[in-house]
Design a protein around this ligand. Sequence first.
Ligand SMILES: [Zn+2]
Ligand SMILES: [Zn+2]
Length: 604
Amino acid sequence: MTEPKKEARATQIDPAQIDQDTGEVLGGRKVLVSALKRTADLLEVLGEEGFRANAYRGAARSLEGVSTELPELAGREFRGIPKVGPGIAAELTKYAQTGIFEPLREIEEQIPPGVLTLFRVRGLGPKKIRALWDAGVISLQTLWEAAQDGRLAGLKGFGAKSASTLSDAAEFALASQARQFMNVGRSLGERLRDWLGALEPRVSGELRRGLDTVGTLRLTVTGTAEQVVAALTGHLEALEAVPGKPLVTGHLDGLAVEVGYAEPQARGAIDLTFGGGAQYRHAVRARARELGLELNGRGLRRGDGPGAERLSVPTEADALRELGLEYVPPEYREDEHLALELGLNMHGLPGEDELIAVRNMRGLLHTHSTWSDGAASIADMAREAARLDFAGDGESYLGTGDHSGAAHYANGLDASRLRQQLKEVRELQRAGLSILAGTEVDILDDGSLDYPDELLAELDYVVASVHSGFTQDSARQTERLMKAASHPLITILGHPTGRLLLRRPAYPFDLEAVLAVCEARGTVVEINASPYRLDLDWRVALRWRERLTFAINTDAHTPGGLGEVWPGVTVARKSALRPAQVVNTLTRAQMLDFVAAQRRARQG
Ligand SMILES: [Zn+2]
Ligand SMILES: [Zn+2]
């Protein structure tokens, strides 16, 4: 392992946006709960234990338990909630109005930013972070160093085993911190495109390839260094034209920015070379050399020196034609695709028009409503699903997927509440709303599902997911998931590895063995479209694409979240999936047939 890079300035996760343990996207009241907990944690880091920290922690627990939602709580200024005293109630009221939780901001200012980043390391809580701070560990980098040189193992309360675990966790956090989620990358890319508007900007690099996280925001333009610098001045930090290269670099919100520029006749060369993965770039340039050509960001030339002939390649298609190469969708320009002996040509993978697209999506399955931890009623979610109508044929529908009882932190439904919910769904169906009744049932520690079979059998489809017991050893975790994946009534295995991008790796288990069970039992494997998960990983889906059926599920907790299918679709395109391999492309009636056939096949 090479030494991790120095820490970049990056604030990449708003701790209020995703639950640290479950990865569920937070909204409404839960954002407040998260802020209260963090305030308590940071008070402990400051050494202010006792009354004040306990007051915030107690308020967090109490607010977590109430069944009233945010607008109503704010409407009565957070009065009448047990353990929320008048002081905290006033602070919360202000928070709901301004979006700023004042006590948290004050406390954060008293702690070095590097110490705050230690919260990203799995296994570190406030007390340990305080001990580390006292010992001079004030950043991820110094934590990693202290683990390497043995200082950590010598600290009271740590020891050799914990030092080695923390070393791995610090490495993961360091590798993650200069990267961003796909949705954040896309919106930053759009801002850059706006600023560069006059120079025909196009996204390139990781954004264009649809990589699941983004480390460098790359764009190409037609123009000069001076024009690029002028367009970006005042917007980027550390803006600089790189001497000797057709490249302007800088930083935006902690991410590296690289803008490649070319004159009109060379634009196709820079679009082709700047946008691909390392091996793709390498292979394309090697191909040019085979033909006696030189390809780089400045263009395509025959010969060297002042007498070189410059070929005119205004578009990427022109450059490819000169090189005698097929057009390969940007999603395939990764080392992993080249390793499939795809080389620089398609070799039977679906072409760009054959790949799954957002317009193919009909079933918005695995969604949450106010029955568990969602922010809207089933009826409102269903209306939004119908309105989205990605396919434009009026066949859009919602699939409910609220949590089961074991997910008590998410207000999961026990069997009797699920029966009530089922009644509501059937009534809404009779009233003309297009819905399938489902669940996101917890996979319990022993691999059984959190509802009795006769209840699961009444549902139109079943998503089963792991939300707890991440630390079981690999053998037991594998057994647990194999058992769940072969359950007679499971339709879809939800977020199969439990990873949270940039936050937490997959739990240790034999993924290949579990996917083999899914293949044998006809269990659909989810590509969770949340940009914080994107689980199953595209590299795995690419390898398994011919053996499995997939679902692209938003896991939406709000009506707005239903519209965010594109990150999941992007992952599916990188995995070379056609619409027929994805169950969300089915109409509601076809999906019911699919589930019936799946259940019948398992009986036989
Ligand atoms: Zn889940
Ligand atoms: Zn979910």
